[in-house]
Design a protein around this ligand. Structure first.
Ligand SMILES: N[C@@H](CCC(=O)N[C@@H](CS)C(=O)NCC(=O)O)C(=O)O
Length: 209
């Protein structure tokens, strides 16, 4: 039995998982549901929320757990404990910023300008510094070092939605801007983002972006 990902027809918390699977050439069913379609699925899920990822009889929820599960299975979690630690640390930083973003989108959209001008920039600078440190102080490479890992798909997607929020948001973090461009040029990511399926996706469930 193959992999199946159940989520809404938005980027939300599923797009990093979709990107990881597509970039790695891993087959999966991208099961997109409407909110009414989700109603009978909801009670079957441990936290009553999606994304849900099915691997045979196994049901996995929590987007970062799904990313980590796939990373362990498909060699996207570094080569040793230290590399895995750096990947986890980076990803937890990305998660903090994603939560700040979703709180603004869903609960405080009037605070968009503050998020763009005040909250997000210092956090992006910290992630840029950490990415440089993970690459021996040099520009280039991936989020947690020279090898791609699950957190790259998470971080790339967050930068992508940030650029939708504000096309200039990465101008003061040039290493992140270049990283975003390198990731978007990866052939399977470029193909994904040129596809009709992708163009149908809203960024967030409430239509705000
Ligand atoms: N921490 C969870 C958050 C999941 C979550 O917030 N899911 C939302 C969509 S992004 C959901 O299922 N909403 C529908 C509902 O709660 O009924 C994760 O990372 O997967």
């Amino acid at each position: 039995m193959g992999y199946k990902l159940t989520y809404f027809q938005i980027h939300g918390r599923a797009e990093p998982i979709r990107l990881l699977l597509l970039d790695s050439g891993i087959d999966f069913e991208d099961h997109m549901v409407s909110y009414p379609d989700f109603a009978p699925i909801k009670p079957t899920l441990p936290f009553r929320q999606c994304p849900a990822f099915y691997d045979g009889d196994l049901t996995i929820v929590q987007s970062n757990t799904i990313l980590r599960y796939l990373a362990r299975k498909h060699s996207l979690y570094g080569n040793n404990d230290l590399e895995a630690l750096k990947i986890d640390m980076f990803n937890d930083g990305v998660e903090d910023l994603r939560v700040a973003y979703t709180n603004m989108i869903y609960r405080n959209y009037d605070g968009k300008d503050d998020f763009v001008n005040k909250s997000a920039p210092p956090q992006l600078e910290l992630l840029e510094s950490l990415m440089k440190a993970n690459n021996g102080g040099a520009d280039g490479g991936f989020a947690a070092g020279q090898q791609i890992s699950f957190t790259d798909f998470n971080f790339y997607n967050l930068l992508d939605v940030f650029l939708i929020l504000s096309p200039t948001l990465l101008d003061n973090v040039p290493a992140l801007k270049a990283y975003h461009q390198r990731m978007s040029a990866r052939p399977k990511i470029a193909a994904r983002q040129a596809s009709e399926d992708y163009k149908q996706l809203k960024v967030n469930g409430n239509g705000k972006q």
